[in-house]
Design a protein around this ligand. Structure first.
Ligand code: BTN
Length: 278
């Protein structure tokens, strides 16, 4: 693929053909530019759109990340995509949707870069550098039903020198990591297939059915970490994922804590060969 072809608009019709009849991606709403695909998916959900609708944009003017951060969204390089789900789960289990999406995204990325790993809760890293991030937002209906918007941003064809300077040693793209341009339709189709499969398993068998695979792909298992969440920072060694999707952390006195959400810093130095940042 020439670099002009690499930066051509995504062929939304080809993606629609590939996803025809699927639970996730039966409808693809494609935008050249939008504020945030998550906002569009939320509005579609509020208007009654069915589960599985996907919103994709070439660029976002107000792309959002976790913890109120901005998500840089340069045009025609990457994947900015949101999926509307209507899971029959309790609102307190909604965090499991984000973990499931992290697993599906890591597996999708691993189809191009087998060394891809998950950094809890749902960043996807290649060689310790962030390649994908997920923003999951939940909305409750008056009837007690919930809708979840899973927003996924994946750096696909952006060059390192096109990244903001402060991210150049922390982030990467699939093309930068593998040396080959990524076909964005093929990637989006593969990712949506993984998401469909993993979501189906979560709905029928619960998070316990995903836990082992999640632990295998996690770059934090056995690492000494500090987690900043609401309240005091927590420090300990990551044991793995519990069946309910909380992270098990063993503190210095041997007691075990369970963490639902937060931002992780790895405290013990180790090489990026393990897949996590130093
Ligand atoms: C993070 O790692 O902080 C999460 C980043 C999520 C970015 C995606 S891009 C598509 C969707 N729309 C948004 O505004 N955010 C998500």
């Amino acid at each position: 693929m020439t670099s002009a072809a690499a930066h051509a608009p995504l062929d939304a019709e080809a993606l629609r053909r590939a996803r025809a009849g699927a639970r996730i991606g039966h409808t693809i709403r494609y935008f050249e530019s939008i504020a945030s695909t998550n906002d569009e998916a939320r509005d579609l959900g509020a208007a009654g759109a069915p589960e599985g609708v996907v919103v994709i944009a070439e660029t976002q003017t107000r792309g959002r990340g976790r913890l109120g951060r901005r998500w840089e969204s340069p045009a025609n390089r990457n994947l900015y995509m949101s999926v509307l789900l209507r899971p029959a789960i309790a609102p307190e289990d909604a965090a499991q949707i984000g973990l499931m999406a992290g697993l599906a995204t890591a597996e999708g990325v691993a189809g191009w870069a087998p060394q891809a790993r998950i950094k809890w809760p749902n960043d996807v890293l290649i060689g310790g550098r962030k390649t994908a991030g997920i923003l999951t937002e939940m909305y409750s209906g008056a009837d007690g039903s919930i809708a979840v918007v899973v927003g996924i941003g994946v750096n696909l064809n952006i060059a390192i020198e096109e990244l903001p300077e402060e991210l150049r040693d922390k982030a990467t793209s699939l093309a930068a990591a593998t040396g080959a341009t990524v076909d964005r339709v093929a990637f989006a189709d593969a990712l949506l297939s993984r998401l469909d499969e993993r979501y189906g398993l979560l709905c029928t068998a619960g998070f316990a059915a995903l836990r082992q695979r999640w632990d295998e792909l996690s770059c934090l298992t056995g690492r000494h970490v500090r987690i900043i969440a609401a309240g005091a920072p927590q420090e300990g060694t990551v044991v793995g994922m519990a069946a309910d999707g909380t992270l098990r952390l063993r503190s210095a006195d041997g007691s075990e804590m369970r963490v639902v959400a937060g931002d992780v810093t790895v405290l013990d130095g180790y090489g990026s060969a393990a897949g996590c940042p130093q």
